[in-house]
Design a protein around this ligand. Structure first.
Ligand code: PLP
Length: 482
C-alpha cells in the first residue's frame, strides 16, 4: 500500500476528522484513489499525520457508513468497488477540477508483445532450455549477500568482474581485440545504439544503415537524432561502393556483418576490409551489431569485424538477449580507447548504470563456466530446431517458399515464390496463431522484397513441424500473385 497524500493543515481551524473525511472523499471522486485500492490503516494514518487515532477513526466511520470505503475483516480498508454513480457525479466545489475522472480507472493496456510467443516469433531464444534453477540460485545468492556498496550507486561502466569475463569470452570466441577496460555494460543493444548516437554524431551527420535492415536499430538511431541513409545489402553484405558514393556527411555505418539482419548473409572478407578502409579514410565509425553470431551451423563462426580493424574505428555491440533471454536486459559495447571517456560520460548522463544484482549473477554465470556450457548445448538445440523447420517447410510449403539463408542465427529468411503480399500472409498466419515477420517490413525505401522471416529459436521441433503444416495451408489459401 502506498502512503496517501492528504491535504491537511492543523492551523486551518477545520476539525481534523472533517479534513480527513473531505480529503478521502475528494480523492475518491477525482479518481486519485481507485475502487479496490487499499487505504492506510487508521493507526498508520494517525502516525503519518501526527494526530491521535480518534479523529481518524471518526472520519473512516463516516466514509464506511456513506459507502466510500469498505472494510474487509482481517485484511484492511479499501475504496469501495461499487460506488453509487450519483456520488461520482456530485457537483464540483468551486475552484476544484477533476484531474483524474473515475473513467480513467479502466483496465491496464495489454502489454506490447508483438504477437506473443507463437511459433516463428523472431528474436527469441529457447526459453524452455534455459537453466532456470541454476540462474535462480545465483540471483538469490547474490540478492542475499548484497553489501551496502552494491546497493548504492554503481560504476557507469559496469561491474569489473563482469567486464573481465565478457572481454575473455569475446577474445576467445569472437576474435574481438579488447581489454576489460574497453567493455561498457549497458541495458541491451538498443541502449548501446542510443549511446553511440549520443557520442558519435553531431547535428546534420548521417548514419548509413543496411537495406533491408533491423527496424529496432533504425528506431534507436533515429530516436537519437540521426538522419538515416540506406545502403543496399547483396549476397556479400553491405554494398560498400554504394556507401562510399553517399558522401562525407555519413559519419557512422551500422552493420550486422556476422549474420545480416534479416537476410542472414555473412559479410565477405573483401567487403569487411573495404568497410574498414572507408571508416579509416573518412574518419568515420562502424557500429558492429554482433547480436547472434554464436550460432552458426554450416561452418565455424566468423570472427568479428572489430578484430580485423587495425585502426580502431569499430564500436562493437553485443547482447545477452539471444544467448540467455531478452528480459535480462544486459548488453555491452567494446569501445575504442579514444572514445572511452565520452562513452562513459554519456552513459552516466543517460541512465547512470545497469542493475547491480543481475550483473553480479551474470558475472558468476560466466566465470564459473555455465555460460560456455549453455552456449555449447544450445548450438545442438538450435541446429535440431533449424533442421526441423527446414524439413517441415520442404514437406508442406516447398512450392511457395524458397529459403534465402539458414546458415546461422535463430531465424531464417524465405522468399515467397508467387508474388504474394508478405504482409497479407503474415496477417493470415497471425489468425492461425503463428507469429511471423514480413520481410518487406525491414525495408525503409520503396523497393521491397516480399518474404517471410521465421524465427525457430523459441519453439520446439514438434511445434515447428506442426506450424509448417499450418503455414502450408495458409499459403495455399492465400493463393495467386499480388
Ligand atoms: C539485429 C539485432 N540486434 C540486436 C538485437 C537485440 O537487442 P537487445 O539487446 O536490445 O535485446 C536484436 C534482437 O532482436 C536484433 O535482431
Amino acid at each position: 500500500m502506498t502512503t496517501f497524500h492528504l491535504p491537511f493543515d492543523r492551523t486551518a481551524g477545520i476539525p481534523i476528522h472533517r479534513q480527513i473525511y473531505e480529503g478521502f472523499r475528494r480523492a475518491i471522486l477525482d479518481g486519485l484513489l481507485r475502487p479496490g485500492q487499499r487505504v492506510p490503516s487508521t493507526r498508520a494514518l494517525a502516525v503519518e499525520l501526527e494526530v491521535s487515532r480518534l479523529p481518524v477513526l471518526t472520519a473512516y466511520d463516516q466514509l464506511l457508513h456513506e459507502g466510500y470505503l469498505t472494510g474487509r475483516v482481517g485484511s484492511g480498508t479499501f475504496v469501495s468497488d461499487a460506488l453509487p454513480d450519483d456520488l461520482l457525479r456530485s457537483p464540483e466545489p468551486a475552484g476544484t477540477s477533476r484531474t483524474q475522472p473515475r473513467g480513467m480507472s479502466r483496465p491496464l493496456p495489454r502489454p506490447r508483445d508483438e504477437g506473443g510467443l507463437g511459433p516463428f516469433r523472431m528474436s527469441l531464444p529457447a526459453l524452455d532450455q534455459f537453466p532456470h534453477a541454476l540462474w535462480a540460485r545465483l540471483v538469490a545468492r547474490h540478492a542475499h549477500a548484497l553489501t551496502h556498496a552494491q546497493m548504492a550507486y554503481g560504476d557507469p561502466a559496469g561491474l569489473v568482474p563482469l567486464r573481465v569475463a565478457i572481454a575473455e569470452h569475446l577474445r576467445a570466441a569472437r576474435a574481438v581485440r579488447c581489454e576489460a577496460e574497453q567493455v561498457l555494460i549497458v541495458s541491451g543493444s538498443q541502449a548501446a545504439l542510443r549511446l553511440a548516437t549520443a557520442v558519435l554524431l553531431s547535428r546534420g551527420d548521417r548514419v548509413a544503415v543496411e537495406e533491408p535492415g533491423y527496424p529496432g536499430a533504425r528506431a534507436a538511431l533515429s530516436a537519437g537524432g540521426a538522419e538515416l541513409v540506406t545502403v543496399p545489402v547483396d549476397d556479400q553484405g553491405m554494398n560498400v561502393p554504394a556507401l562510399r558514393a553517399l558522401g562525407a556527411k555519413v559519419r557512422v555505418a551500422y552493420v550486422t556483418p556476422s549474420h545480416q539482419y534479416p537476410l542472414g548473409t555473412s559479410m565477405t572478407a573483401g567487403r569487411r576490409f573495404a568497410l574498414l578502409d572507408w571508416a579509416f579514410r573518412r574518419d568515420a565509425w562502424v557500429l558492429e551489431d554482433d547480436y547472434d553470431s554464436e550460432y552458426r551451423y554450416v561452418s565455424r563462426p566468423l570472427g568479428a569485424l572489430q578484430g580485423m580493424d587495425p585502426h580502431q574505428r569499430v564500436v562493437y555491440i553485443g547482447t545477452f538477449s539471444k544467448v540467455l533471454f531478452p528480459a535480462v536486459r544486459v548488453g555491452y559495447l567494446v569501445v575504442p580507447p579514444a572514445l572511452w571517456d565520452r562513452f562513459v560520460e554519456a552513459r552516466e548522463a543517460l541512465d547512470l548504470f545497469s542493475p547491480t544484482l543481475y550483473q553480479l549473477a551474470l558475472a558468476e554465470f560466466l566465470r564459473e563456466g555455465h555460460f560456455a556450457r549453455h552456449l555449447r548445448r544450445m548450438r545442438g538445440v538450435y541446429l535440431a530446431r533449424r533442421d526441423a523447420l527446414l524439413s517441415g517447410l520442404a514437406r508442406h510449403c516447398g512450392d511457395h517458399l524458397t529459403v534465402h539463408n539458414a546458415d546461422a542465427g535463430l531465424h531464417m529468411a524465405l522468399r515467397l515464390t508467387s508474388g504474394r503480399s508478405d504482409v497479407e500472409v503474415v496477417r493470415r498466419m497471425a489468425q492461425r496463431g503463428l507469429t511471423a515477420t514480413a520481410l518487406s517490413s525491414c525495408y525503409a525505401g520503396a523497393t521491397r522484397r516480399s518474404g517471410l522471416l521465421l524465427g525457430f529459436g523459441g519453439s520446439t521441433e514438434r511445434r515447428l513441424l506442426d506450424a509448417t503444416g499450418t503455414l502450408g495451408q495458409v499459403l495455399r489459401d492465400t493463393g495467386g500473385p499480388r
